[in-house]
Design a protein around this ligand. Structure first.
Ligand code: HEM
Length: 187
């Protein structure tokens, strides 16, 4: 409540709104990263083995998970401030535009063999899963760190983790997340 800019302070309403945004934006996305990441590692045993053998790969692996299964598949709508052209398409001032992050993350012009999940991918961090521009994710570091700690701990504690039968994706847009992921922890 004490922070101010040129005498301007947040009202109680603005503060409550800000807190709600931070909690909502940070919760579902990070949960999705951890659950999708667990599923991806368990359905790609060679990649899982690479991480067990070299835990230092965890940061790159988290970026690769975010690239492969972006928790937010398309960014919130933007309104074109002026006429322009995007990827060969004409965009008229005032038009609504949505960037398809999930598709951009599999762009073969940026990522070699984009449909492969590789924890040691050279440029995994070039994904757009935290957005871009003035609305770039405020919590990127927290999201990355949470994913790294959760997945590294899981692998360390349960190196023989396996997928059980049931996996169910939630049928929603723009978020991509699992509703159910059953795992067997092994010995
Ligand atoms: C893996 C985790 C996360 C992912 C994938 C993610 C993704 C995103 C994306 C794509 C945007 C941009 C939306 C747009 O362009 O319209 C965004 C914005 C935002 N994120 Fe995250 N986020 C994550 C974690 C977090 C965390 C942990 C926090 C808070 C602690 C957070 C707070 C925010 C806020 C406040 C914004 C709005 C920024 C603005 O409009 O200026 N995010 N996030």
């Amino acid at each position: 409540m004490k922070s101010e800019e040129e005498g301007d302070r947040l009202t109680e309403n603005e503060l409550a709104n800000l807190l709600f945004t931070i909690m909502a934006a940070g919760n579902e996305t990070t949960t999705s990263l951890i659950s999708s990441g667990t599923k991806l590692l368990l359905t790609h045993p060679d990649e899982y083995r690479k991480l067990v053998d070299d835990p230092g790969l965890i940061g790159n692996a988290v970026d690769e998970i975010l690239r492969y299964e972006a928790p937010i598949q398309n960014s919130f709508m933007r309104i074109a401030a002026h006429d322009t052209e995007l990827g060969g398409e004409e965009v008229v001032e005032g038009e609504l535009v949505a960037a398809l992050v999930g598709a951009a993350n599999r762009d073969p012009a940026v990522f070699d063999d984009p449909d492969r999940f590789l924890v040691d991918r050279r440029n995994a961090e070039e994904h757009l899963s935290f957005g871009s521009g003035i609305h770039f994710c405020l919590g990127r570091r927290v999201g990355l760190q949470s994913g790294m700690v959760a997945l590294a701990s899981l692998i360390r504690r349960f190196p023989k983790l396996e997928l059980a039968e049931e996996t169910r994706w939630r049928k929603t847009i723009p978020t991509r997340r699992l509703d159910r992921l059953d795992i067997v922890t092994g010995a």
